[in-house]
Each structure stands twice: as C-alpha cells, then as structure tokens.
Design a protein around this ligand. Sequence first.
Ligand SMILES: [Zn+2]
Ligand SMILES: [Zn+2]
Length: 502
Amino acid sequence: MPTATRTRPVHNARAGWPQLAMIQKQYLAEMNRRYGRLKALITESIVTNDCFLISNKPSVLSTMAAAALPFKFTTNPEKVNAFMEWLRVAQDGEILEVTERVGRRVVAHSQWQNVYVRRSYEKGIVWAQKKLREQGIDVPEEELRAIFNRPIHADSLGLLYTRNFTELRGINEAMDQGISRELIDGLSQGKNPREIARLINKNVDNVGRTRARTLARTEVNRTQNEAALNRYQDYGVEKVEVMVGPGPCPGEVCDAIAGVYKIADARGLLPVHPNCGCALAPVAVQPGKAVPGEPTTLAEAKKWALKHDLAKEVNYGKLSLEAANQLNRSVYAAQQVYPMLRGSMKYMGSMQSHYKYFGIRGKIDPAVRAVAMPRKFLGQSGITLNEKFFTDAILVRTEEALASEALSGWCAKGIGSIEGVINHEIGHLLDGVIGFTKQRGKAMYGLWGKASVANNLSRYGASSTGEMVAEAWAEYIMTDKPRMIAKLIGRGLEKALGVKFK
Ligand SMILES: [Zn+2]
Ligand SMILES: [Zn+2]
C-alpha cells in the first residue's frame, strides 16, 4: 500500500551507491605486497640460504628477515618445527606487523589495517548523510573527528579494527596448517629446495593471499554499511532498505535479501558475497516523530521550507513549532512522492499570514482548521493552518478534538491528528491537479450514496464529493489497511495522477 512516508521505494535508478572501489583496491594492493614479500622471504630461506640443509652448500646471501642460517637440527620434525616458528615470526613482521607478543598473545601491533577501516567508515558516514538529506532530514555539517568520538561510532570502529586484525591472523593460521603439511611431505619425500619453496608459496597464494584479498574487499563494504547504520541511528531512523548493488549483485543471492529491515536486523547483513556492492538506504523517519536536526524555531522552519522549495512564500505566523514542522514534513513527503506538487505551491503556513489569498471571498471561516487551494482557484496553490487551532496555547486541545472526531466517525479512520488534517488538505491539492472530483469522484459518490460514505468513510466526508476525496486520501495515506472507499479513491487518484508504484 503506497503512502507518502512509508512504502515508497527510497531509490529507483541504479545509481548512487557508495564508491568503495578505490579503498578496496588500495587495501588489496597492500595485502598483495605483504604476501609477495613473505613469499620472497620463503624462497630466500629455503633456496638461497638452504635452511633445511638439503643442498649442503654454504649460505651466502641473507637478510635479517629470512631464516639466515641453516637450522641446526637434523631430524625432519625438528626442521619443520623450526621453520614454522620462523614463518610465524616472518608473518608477524611482514603481514600483521606485530610489535610485541607475550607467548602466543599479541600485545601490540602497528594497526596498519586501521587506515583502510577508518577510511571505509568515513565513506559510510558521508554517504549516510547524503542519503538522510535526500530524505529531507537536515544533517548539519560536522567534523568527522567529532562524530568518530561519539560512543556508538568509537565502539563500532574499535570492533571493526579488531575484527580486521583477527581475521587476518586467522588466515595466516589456516595457511600455516597447509604449509606444515606440505613441508613434512616435501622433506620426507626428499624433494629439492626449489620444489619445496614452490609448494609452500603455492599455499601462501591459494590460502593466504586469496583470503586476504577477499577480506580486504568484504571488510571495506562491511565497514561502510556499519558506519551508515550507526549514522542513521544518530538521526532516529528505524528502518533501512537494501539497495541491491550493481555489478554481480543482482544475479547473486542479493536479490533474495532485498527489502526493508529494522536497523538491528540489518547489522551484519551486508556484504552478501565478496564482491557485493549492496548498500543500505534509510527509510523515511516515522511521521510525527521529531527528527534530530529538525528546526527548533519558526524562523528555522521557514528557512527549511524555502530551502526545500516547498512553496514560494512561507510564513508560519503564530503557529506552534510542532505544527510548522509537521507541515514541512508532510508537504515535503508528498512532493517527493507526487512530483506534480513540486514547484506548484505559491504559499504555505498560517492562514492569517496568507490572508490576501482569501481576500476575494471575504474572510477566514473561524470554524475551518485548514485550507488548501488547488491551483485552479485564483491561480494560486497553497496550504494553510488556522492559527486559532494551532498555536502553542491551544494545540493540545485541538489534538484531543481531532482524535475524538476520528474515533466518533466524524473524520476518517486513523487521521485524527495534525498530520491527518494536513494530509486531508494535500488530498484536496492532488484532487485539484487533475479534477478527480469532477470526473470519477462524482460517479463514485453517486454510486455509494451519502449514507454509505458517512458510514464507511466519515460523516464529514459525506458532506460533498470533494470532502469525500480528501478524507479518503488521508485515510489511504495514513493507515496500513485503508477501508474499501479510501482504498478505491486513493488508488484511483494515484492512477489518474500517473503515479506508479512497485
Ligand atoms: Zn550484493
Ligand atoms: Zn476538506
């Protein structure tokens, strides 16, 4: 069921994924370089330095890192043990950059991987902010350093650092198992040093380097997504949608996980496979829920509305901030989903502030809470709330009245709120765009009859075809299961507007 704020797809074109290729490439190149260096040391130890004393030639060339002198052991198991011990030291030096160990425990290491993790995390933050802004959420510019210092981000980043290190260590351990097996076989079968070095380095390539490359790719993606989720949480987002990635993703298992998830359920979901390019986009913040970064004064609310081009003239007069923000949110959401409303609004805010647009008809009806003027009237399209009902002083009483009207059936189901009032008015605007009331609305009203509209939609909606359409629209937009009349009118109106839904 389409609604302005919930089930619209948050993206459509296959564009706008986070650009991670460069970081992945650099992280991967660094892995390659390190495993390449390890392989060179292995060859140097076994072939050049003849550490197993197979060729019985004196060692001439050596580097500090290679096993410089032949192992003084004579039995094969001793040689294997000595080599594996050397190999672990070489891995510590060349790959993990461990600087201090106590027994098998790593006490300190250079943390060279952190650079890539941190950069991926930054990408995630910046990308999430872009996505939040696309949803109309104000995300003030903030130093990345300040964001990183907040507990949620600092904790995540710390865990990701650790994860990248322990994964890499795990890869080396898996690689070592294969190498020691290869070594035992090679020595016992009397293979020559060159052959043994080749077999060992094949293990370095197939297990070590290959898995390390996969690690580099997947961790960059994982980190980016984790960062984005944390940033969404900063802004009160509760749900995210999987944007199935470009490249190999659609054909892979990724299509199967497409959909909307609660933030907690989305953690660890991506990447789905090593080359996964899927990303998580925020699903619009719940209607009515205060958004951090949302305007805190009427002046800011006005600025926000103008910045997002909601209307040409914005004036909130004496309206409460809450009403102004709700007007911003609802109109913005509607303009996102129904592009015909974009750029069409002349004025928006309090009725009293936009009195001149009511001038021809005389005066403001004191009993009317809100008015929407479709473009066809006065050539001016706009939406306004009556200050008499929506100032700070009276807001709570108005909300109570709206809620009880919805319960009593005077208003349609689920619309007894400021948001409901505004969506009712947006219904009038959309109706006005195509003259729905005059075409299909009249026929529908005639078919159902006044009594049925009063019983199955709202008594207020039964007062005219236009009000029926506006009431039905609000219920259609705001409830999960709109009743039959609301659904038929809502869908009919959308169809007439040419809005397509997935
Ligand atoms: Zn994917
Ligand atoms: Zn109305």
